[in-house]
Design a protein around this ligand. Structure first.
Ligand code: SF4
Ligand code: SF4
Length: 451
């Protein structure tokens, strides 16, 4: 090993998990056709196998951390499709995240990318009240008409082309944040079957407040007592995926202490990335004898909403002979419904059957499989902001697949996918209803008398 080179396993006290998995790679290339960045470029260095070679070279001290290395680590979507394809069980996601952690820690990125990440992730998302203040300002910006004016006239591109491009990718801010609407403890009407902790999240709280409310409604309908601990932190996933492991661990530590006090049967999530990362809390604190047992306890209780409902025997109230009616009174009968797999559900959490099984329970709908449903839509956390052009190519591919089956409704389980796909539908002028899985399920099983 050459002297002076940082090694991945030595980063910031974080034990790089399964360093051996790097050497497990058999170079078989089975992952290559499943990798969006390899398919975009045809370049070995932009494939999982190529990146594993680069990471190993840096970890062994044979290669310095160059601009090219940083570019490849950041060009990766961290979608983990390669993990699903790999017959050797290579844990690619933890490798690329370790590499990014070392890049972030060494402040080796270009100024603009580094500033976006440090400002957006470390400062804005660090504190729930701070994020809500920023969201209130953005809501004012939207409602004042300024956002619409800048979009219509294209004036923003004279200030910054990038700001102009990414502006449609900022989600609309909710009228009221879910953490302000929901009580700390909410009881179901009938018997309590489960005591469930619920993370309102960061983006989910301020931009998908209604999805959070629909999730809680579903849980109450399913006999859950829902507890929303006050003073929650962001789960830390956005920070971890972008290399800021120190901030990610601080947020995780806070949530572990908070949720462990709740004595919950389950902790339910409705955001794929948050669920995936909270399931990793035990692993993140494997080196901390005091926190590790509590972190593992939290991870064992975490379930995606679809996973929880299937595991605990959820049944929509309606029977197959009844019609499903949306709150508007519009029937779901005969609607073509399709499902887009969020990467951190299907590849990271291996959840693909549960949402489909739940959708199949809804009477009257025509469930149609989306071609390449597990192919990343290009959202990938903040990827569509920092890699706008590549993200749009992936989005175009997703939209082409959607056009092939012409659904009435698309269902998915992650806020980033909702924003990205909605942008694609709007660009193409497609009038297709896009819903979070929890919203669709709640609308499908809701009492029509209450609608
Ligand atoms: S995580 Fe996704 S983009 Fe990155 S190497 Fe694997 S398949 Fe390719
Ligand atoms: S599929 Fe697995 S073993 Fe084969 S090249 Fe990809 S990472 Fe290596």
């Amino acid at each position: 090993m050459s002297s002076g080179q940082p090694t991945l396993s030595a980063f910031a006290g974080v034990d790089i998990p399964n360093y051996d998995v790097i050497t497990n790679c058999m170079h078989c290339a089975l992952c290559l056709p499943t990798c969006p960045t390899y398919v975009l470029t045809g370049l070995e260095k932009s494939s999982p196998r190529g990146r594993i070679r680069l990471i190993k070279a840096v970890a062994d001290g044979d290669l310095p951390i160059t601009d090219g290395f940083i570019r490849e680590m950041n060009f990766c979507l961290d979608c983990q499709a390669c993990e699903t394809a790999c017959p050797a069980g290579v844990k690619y996601g933890s490798l690329v995240e370790a590499a990014r952690a070392q890049i972030y820690q060494g402040r080796r990125e270009r100024w603009l990318s580094s500033t976006i990440k440090r400002t957006a992730l470390n400062w804005a998302f660090r504190n729930q009240e701070r994020l809500k203040s920023i969201a209130r300002f953005l809501r004012f910006y939207e409602r004042s008409g300024l956002k619409g004016f800048l979009l219509r006239t294209g004036l923003l591109k004279f200030v910054s082309r990038r700001l102009h491009d990414i502006q449609p990718l900022t989600p609309a801010i909710s009228k009221r944040f879910s953490s302000d609407s929901l009580a700390e403890v909410i009881h179901p009407v009938g018997d309590v079957h489960y005591r469930v902790g619920f993370l309102t999240g960061c983006i989910m709280d301020v931009a998908f407040s209604e999805v959070n409310l629909d999730t809680v409604r579903l849980l109450l309908h399913h006999g859950c007592e829902v507890v929303i601990p006050r003073d929650q932190a962001c789960c830390g996933s956005l920070q971890a995926h972008n290399g800021d492991m120190i901030a990610a661990r601080q947020m995780a530590r806070h949530n572990i202490q908070l949720f462990d006090r709740g004595d919950f049967d389950y902790i339910v999530m409705n955001s794929a990335g948050c669920g995936a990362f909270m399931k990793e809390y035990g692993h993140q604190f494997a080196d901390d004898p005091e926190l590790r047992p509590r972190a593992e306890r939290i991870s064992e209780k975490v379930r995606d909403i679809t996973e929880f409902l299937m595991e605990t025997g959820f049944r929509p109230r309606r029977t197959a002979s009844e019609k499903s009616v949306a709150p508007s009174g519009r029937s779901f009968d005969g609607k073509r419904v399709t499902y887009h797999d969020a990467c951190h559900l299907v590849h990271t959490q291996k959840i693909s059957q549960q949402p489909r099984q739940l959708l199949k329970m809804i009477p009257g709908i025509d469930l149609v499989e989306l071609p390449e449903s597990t192919w990343c839509c290009g959202s990938a956390g903040i990827y569509n902001i920092v890699h706008f052009a590549d993200a749009m190519k992936l989005l175009d591919r997703k939209i082409e697949n959607i056009k092939k089956i012409q659904p009435d409704i698309i269902v998915t389980g992650n806020p980033g996918c909702l924003v990205q796909i909605q942008h694609g539908l709007q660009k193409e002028g497609l009038a297709i209803d896009l819903q979070h899985t929890a919203t669709f399920l709640w609308r499908a099983c809701e009492d029509p008398q209450a609608a």
